[in-house]
Design a protein around this ligand. Structure first.
Ligand code: PGA
Length: 263
């Protein structure tokens, strides 16, 4: 299927690297690897909160955009340890991840994910909503899991807001395990997610949502996942901690987009 959406490749650094110095080095290595040429791929780094402000200064041209790994829906108040969207926006963040499976495993509920998504879309952040089943069975029950997560997270979201929404399909069994979903699995899920969004909103609005794949993405599987999996890009964990590996994944998305003539 010919695609028209601009591919998006997001580095999810999680609880890495150890220090600001290492974070700056990794960011600069990625920046250098990407070079100055014009590109048709959006590149985003989701860095730990304490590093964001400094990293923002290292990308004055915004070639690399910044994301938070989570956010808190309230604007101010007695919420010790939380970080608001306006705080993030004031230090250059334009993307935010919501509902990553590692946060869900730590106790984040569907209602909390929904509150984050609603607040992030309201504040015009590009919102990367993560969904993914823990395991697969032969009966296809994993499709139901994804549908439930999507509908819960998008409760009270309006179709006009979907232009700022990205869905990252990240099967939990593929995260950090080295066992990526096959391009066929990714394609099946892309079609399914698009159908759930079309039914819940409408087809035109659903088409605006980019659908990423995440879970053991590497330079060796990126080409096939992009071309045969028909996804709009990647959410990359482990492989985003090595600049050369991450840049190779971006390059995969870029050559695919060139072939599709996405501008
Ligand atoms: P992984 O993580 O690439 O290390 O599997 C992906 C993610 O959790 O976003």
């Amino acid at each position: 299927m010919a695609k028209t959406s601009v591919p998006l490749v997001v580095a999810n650094w999680k609880l890495n690297p150890r220090t600001l110095g290492e974070a700056k080095k990794l960011f600069l290595d990625i920046r250098q690897g990407l070079g100055r040429r014009k590109s048709n791929v959006e590149v985003v780094v989701a860095a730990p909160f304490p590093f964001i402000n400094e990293l923002h200064r290292l990308s004055p041209s915004q070639r690399i955009k910044l994301s938070a790994q989570t956010s808190f829906p309230e604007k101010t108040g007695a919420h010790t340890g939380e970080v608001s969207l306006s705080m993030l926006s004031s230090v250059g963040v334009t993307y935010v991840i919501a509902g990553h499976s590692e946060r869900r495993a730590a106790g984040e509920t569907d209602d909390e994910v929904n509150a984050q998504v609603q607040a992030a879309l309201k504040s015009k952040m590009t919102t990367i909503l993560c969904v993914g089943e823990k395991k697969r069975d032969q009966h296809g029950n994993y499709l139901g899991v994804i549908e439930t997560q999507l509908l819960a997270a998008l409760h009270e979201v309006k179709s006009s807001q979907l232009k700022d929404l990205v869905i990252a399909y990240e099967p939990v069994w593929a995260i950090g395990t080295g066992n990526n979903a096959s391009p066929h699995d990714a394609e099946e899920m892309r079609i399914f997610i698009e159908k759930v969004l079309s039914d819940r909103f409408n087809r035109a609005a659903a088409k605006k949502v980019r659908i990423l794949y995440g879970g053991s993405v590497k330079r060796d599987n990126a080409d096939a996942l992009m071309a045969d999996g028909d996804v709009d890009g990647f959410l990359v964990g482990g492989s985003s901690l090595k600049a050369t590996e991450f840049v190779a994944i971006v390059n995969s998305a870029e050559s695919y987009a060139k072939k599709q003539k996405v501008t």
